[in-house]
Write a protein that binds this ligand. Sequence first.
Ligand code: AMP
Ligand code: ZN
Length: 112
Amino acid sequence: MENCLFCKIAKKEIQAAVIYENDYVLAFNDISPQAPVHILIIPKIHISTPADINPENSSEAGRLVETAAAIAKDMGLEGYRLVMNCNEIAGQSVFHLHCHMLAGREMKWPPG
Ligand code: AMP
Ligand code: ZN
């Protein structure tokens, strides 16, 4: 999609620190890390928000979680937190589906 930051990163029109990539997903470091490990995992196709997941495209969401598991195994992470913000009120600022993968410090619950 035009003028979508993460579509541009997926197409390599904008640089990012890529951690993992396959035909369907791209994982790269968040530019403003909130934990020692803060990776964003995105589908290469444009989906605006988690609310746009449906039976036709839900495999894309599954791949994000699967990718996080593979990265965690590769990095030897003991645990990690996955976050998907949906819409502005929940903190979403980039409207291309993404999963935040946070690790490397103790995580508090409930979140703020
Ligand atoms: P959200 O607020 O859930 O939409 O998350 C968007 C995330 O994208 C934020 O954590 C930003 O720090 C991150 N971000 C914004 N621009 C870039 C960029 N060019 N490269 C990497 N991460 C970015
Ligand atoms: Zn996009």
